[in-house]
Structure formats: C-alpha cells, structure tokens
Design a protein around this ligand. Structure first.
Ligand SMILES: [Fe+2]
Length: 322
C-alpha cells in the first residue's frame, strides 16, 4: 500500500469571506488565519478544505493525501512522468510534494488515521416488502426536531484532467491506488486498496486540470436531501439532486459553489475492503452520471478554471422555489 486516504484539498479563490460563508453554510467549521481559511468537519480536528483568498479566479491549488513509504513513491513518480517538487511558500515542507504529468499538485504526508465515525443512535432503516425492520416509531419527525446537517468527513474529490486514463495510470502506478470503475475514457474513479469508499479521487475529461467537486459523507439519505435543500436555500445558485449514482451507488445532492464548481452531500456509497477482490467495470456513458435523478445542469461538467469567462451566475433560483 502507498496512498491510504484523502485528507484535504486547497483552493485559491477570489474572496475569502464568500468562501467561508459558503462552506460554513454547508456545515463546516471555519478557522481563519490571515488570507487563509481552514474548513473542517465538526467532529474532526483537521481541515478538509483550505481556502486561500485573493486569487484572480478559483483554482485547484493541491490535494493532500495520507500515505506511507514516501521514498518508494518518489521513485515511481519520476518513472511515470511526474515530478517531486518543493513545498509551495507557506505550506508544510514535510512529506512529499508531487506534480503529476498534467501539472496537478499533490501533497503526500504521513498522518495518523482519523477517528472512527460514531454509529448513529437512531439507525436509518427501511421497511420493505417482507422485511419490516422499523416498528412502533416514525421515521420522520417534525422539521423543528432536526439540527442543521453537519458533514462527517470528506469522502472524495473529482478533478478535471486532459487525459483521464493517463491520470488513472499515474495514481494507480505511482500512488498505489486502484481503478474502481470508469465510463469509457471520459470519467474514472479510483480508490485506495484497503477499506476504501468506492472512490477517493475521480477524474473527468476536460481541456485542462481543475477542481469539479468535493463530496462529504452525511449520516443517511435523509441528511443528503435535507442538507442539500438547506444549502441551496442559502446559496441560491445551481444544484443537482436528489439522486442516486450508478457508479459508487451513493445518494447525492450537489450544490453549486460561488465559483461554478460543486459541493456534494453523499450517503451509502459502495465500499471496497480489499481491492484484490474487486473487479472494475467499464460502464457506458448512459451510466456515467446517475441511475436516477433530476435533469443534469447544463454546466455540471464545465471546467471554469480553463481560460474563458469565469463563472458569474448570480441568484437564479427564486426563494419560494427552494
Ligand atoms: Fe461525487
């Protein structure tokens, strides 16, 4: 094993206050230090997203991964067309800083495992035909009983790349990750090799590198729906969901961020406990986005980090519609 999991991502953005507001509305906790904001899940003691304010436009800065055997990874990185590089100014010089063949920056570092997530006191149970598991209690309570949804942990990121299969080759060969599934050479999903969500880093084809979305696990499908609607009511930009993916099987609701990329709440993703026992599937494009869900927004897979007009859509959703 080499890469063991996803720790965080760092974005450059124009306005730090706007970024802090969006991710706070999504349920993350902010710690602001100068022109940086560290956004963490409430039950974790480390940031899942770091924002750097003052940029001309939104841009993926780097992805931080938890890894072991960094010396061996450094050798494989060079062999596979990547480059070991210096830490950017103001970032931790420890660990291994890697540029992939497309110029995407990764920070690999040794990091203790996160605490196990707490088991919910009220399990999510579905009564089905011939299978009654919830008796003598209501599944849904009055609105006032629910606290705002808080993400539990960062599960995965989806990034743009000019060559999906080359990016897969790099993270599987240099970082020791595994191809979970793909849809042709348009989108691919990679996992770590033990006790992994179905995907940890996913790649979508574009004209260049960029950040598409960060996805946060919540307790159950109701929290996906409830969290998504609440964030949409505050952000009032685009959204996609509630729906269910084919690849990874997770329930999803995506909310567009202030820069045209996306924040995803997810629940019930497929789990790969041992990659050796997993067989990747190459899906048709009809399965690449969802098994079911609303119509996909026109710019859902648009890379606003490429040259051209940056995302500038202001309020488009009337409040009463949310
Ligand atoms: Fe996702």
């Amino acid at each position: 094993m080499a890469v063991l999991g996803l720790l965080s991502l760092t974005l450059e953005i124009p306005d730090l206050e706007v970024g802090v507001r969006f991710y706070s509305d999504a349920g993350l906790v902010a710690m602001v230090e100068g022109n940086r904001a560290h956004m963490r899940c409430k039950e974790q003691d480390r940031a899942s997203i770091t924002l750097i304010g003052g940029a001309a436009r939104k841009r993926l800065h780097h992805i931080q991964l938890c890894a072991e055997r960094l010396d061996e990874i450094a050798l494989d990185v060079q062999r596979l067309g990547g480059r070991v590089t210096e830490a950017p100014a103001g970032f931790d010089p420890e660990g291994l800083w890697v540029l992939d063949p497309h110029g995407m920056l990764f920070h690999l570092c040794e990091h203790p495992a996160d605490n196990e997530l707490a088991v919910p006191s009220t399990p999510f149970e579905i009564n089905g035909p011939g299978r009654i598991v919830r008796k003598r209690r209501s599944a849904i309570l009055p609105q006032r009983n629910y606290a705002p949804v808080r993400p539990l942990r960062l599960g995965h990121v989806l990034v743009f790349t000019p060559d999906v299969m080359a990016s897969v080759e790099f993270v599987t060969q240099a970082f020791g990750m595994g191809l979970a599934d793909r849809a042709q050479d348009i989108i691919a999903f990679t996992c770590v090799r033990r006790d992994s969500d179905h995907h940890v880093i996913a790649f979508a084809k574009s004209g260049g590198v960029g950040f598409h979305h960060a996805s946060f696990q919540v307790a159950d499908p109701d929290e996906v729906g409830r969290g998504g609607r609440a964030l949409l009511a505050k952000s009032r930009r685009g959204d996609w969901g509630f729906g269910r993916h084919t690849i990874g099987s997770n329930f999803f609701h995506y909310i567009q961020d202030p820069w045209g990329s996306w924040f995803e709440y997810y629940s019930d993703m497929d789990h790969i406990d041992d990659y050796v026992a997993w067989t990747p599937t190459n899906y048709g494009m009809e399965d690449s986005l969802a098994s079911w869900g609303p119509e996909v927004p026109h710019d859902f897979v648009h890379n606003y980090e490429l040259d051209g007009e940056p995302f500038s859509r202001e309020v488009v959703i009337p409040t009463e519609a949310v």
